[in-house]
Design a protein around this ligand. Structure first.
Ligand code: SF4
Length: 372
């Protein structure tokens, strides 16, 4: 449990609330440069495949899901998923992000068969099934979360995304997503995955009516979990997109809040190697500024994105535009794999990129082992 009266908590909260914007950014930039001293900013090409939109979790902030028996509910076939992977690979994708609703009609064997099918017919890194889905499978199929992860891993799952983290304070989750894995459970599943050798990312969706102190608690809980397992490779945050959801009308947070949030995250999470700029929700210009507020990664060129776009907010860019925005912000773009190892540095060779990353304290091999 996080002690909200501890000196560290108060120090973080005071910084988040009161430090002048550019001072906060500069402190975060200092942490980022200590971890990543070169001028490289990474990005990945991947495809987000939402295998089903049928869901019984009823999250108030979600515009993507459909209740069972709704006319617009779908489950993709293996062939459709395979075709999406092939299209993505042609465009240079090195991973798929596969997530879906809590669909009560899909048997567990379907997920295992899907993993095997992908690995056999369309091999690619599979980043999939957030802790909320793992928790749903665990209760639906009456087995432990550890067993769920073990079986998915054995069938081909490579890493787990940080979806469904929202705010890791139970009171907030009870208000907006009470049927989903609670805060303790979400972190427990992440730590279980780490102990099974799986790397994961970690996220925060803010603007749900939480206080700044709630956000600090979220970040400190992630920091503590990371100190125990070391399994988080990257942190990503984005604000609530309330359009077309039950929370429509909730005031949207602004760009300054986003920049302050990324900066305080970089300061608190100095044990999580990578911070992604969320330009899909914030736009490319704010994404560029975020690179001076602690972020070292420009996220992904998402070939398909259904969840944020269902809520009406999505920024799109070509690969060329993404690279140009990274360059214009004063950095060298580098295409990466899911483990943050470099595939292609825009200027220079792959060996050069590994040297640059190595200067951050992670050699190419270490980076592959430590990050995802
Ligand atoms: S966010 Fe995920 S779990 Fe929640 S309603 Fe939407 S699809 Fe379901």
């Amino acid at each position: 449990m996080i002690d909200r009266h501890s000196p560290k908590f108060r120090e973080y909260l005071e910084l988040y609330e009161g430090a002048p914007l550019l001072e906060l950014g500069s402190m975060a930039d200092h942490v980022r440069r200590a971890l990543h001293p070169g001028d490289v900013v990474t990005y990945i090409v991947d495809r987000n495949i939402n295998y089903t939109n049928v869901c019984v979790a009823d999250c108030k902030f979600c515009a993507f899901y459909r209740r069972p028996k709704h006319d617009e509910g779908y489950v993709l076939s293996f062939e459709e998923i395979g075709q999406k992977i092939d299209e993505a690979k042609e465009l240079g994708a090195v991973q798929i992000l596969i997530q879906g609703g809590h669909n009560p009609y899909i048997p567990f064997e379907w997920y295992l068969d899907l993993m095997r099918y992908i690995k056999q017919h369309h091999p690619i890194h599979i980043h999939g099934f957030s802790p909320s889905e793992v928790d749903f499978f665990s209760s639906r199929f009456r087995t432990s979360a550890e067993d769920v992860i073990r079986q998915l891993q054995a069938a081909g799952l490579d890493s787990i995304p940080g979806g469904g983290g929202e705010i890791l304070v139970q009171e907030i989750r009870d208000r907006v997503a009470r049927k989903k894995a609670g805060a303790d459970r979400w972190l427990e599943i992440m730590e279980t995955a780490h102990r099974l050798g799986m790397k994961t990312s970690v996220s925060m969706m803010y603007g749900l009516g939480e206080t700044l102190a709630d956000r600090i608690e979220h970040l400190m809980r992630v920091r503590e979990a990371q100190a125990r397992t070391g399994g988080f490779t990257a942190f990503i945050a984005w604000p609530l997109q309330p359009e077309h959801t039950e929370m429509e009308g909730t005031p949207k947070t602004d760009a300054v809040t986003y920049l302050r949030t990324m900066a305080i995250a970089r300061i608190i999470l100095d044990n999580v190697p990578n911070l992604q700029a969320s330009w899909v929700t914030m736009g490319l210009k704010i994404g560029q500024i975020a690179l001076r507020f602690g972020c070292n990664d420009f996220g992904s060129l998402m070939i398909e994105e259904n969840v944020v776009s269902a809520a009406g907010t999505t920024h799109r860019a070509s690969l060329g535009e993404m690279r140009r925005h990274i360059r214009d912000a004063g950095f060298t773009p580098a295409r990466r794999r899911q483990d943050y190892s470099i595939i292609e540095l825009e200027r220079g060779s792959v060996e050069g990129a590994v040297r640059t990353v190595g200067a951050a304290g992670f050699s190419g091999a270490e980076a592959a082992a430590r990050t995802a």
